[in-house]
Design a protein around this ligand. Structure first.
Ligand code: ZN
Length: 61
């Protein structure tokens, strides 16, 4: 089990895998960073970039 911080604030989420971590972080993201989620400039490309960056962070833990 790994613990990794949210990429936008200091809140942490736990996950056995990157996918699990993302699932654990999602409720926090919806609540604290809803504006980011709703930002229309965050299209599929941004999403892929976010996943790649955070996967790299997760793997580095
Ligand atoms: Zn956060």
């Amino acid at each position: 089990m790994k613990t990794l911080k949210c990429d936008l604030c200091g809140v942490t989420a736990d996950g056995e895998t990157f996918e699990g971590w993302m699932q654990a972080l999602m409720p926090h993201y919806m609540e604290a960073h809803a504006d980011v989620m709703k930002d229309p400039s965050h299209g599929e490309e941004e999403k892929q970039k976010w996943m790649a960056e955070n996967k790299a962070r997760f793997d580095a833990v």
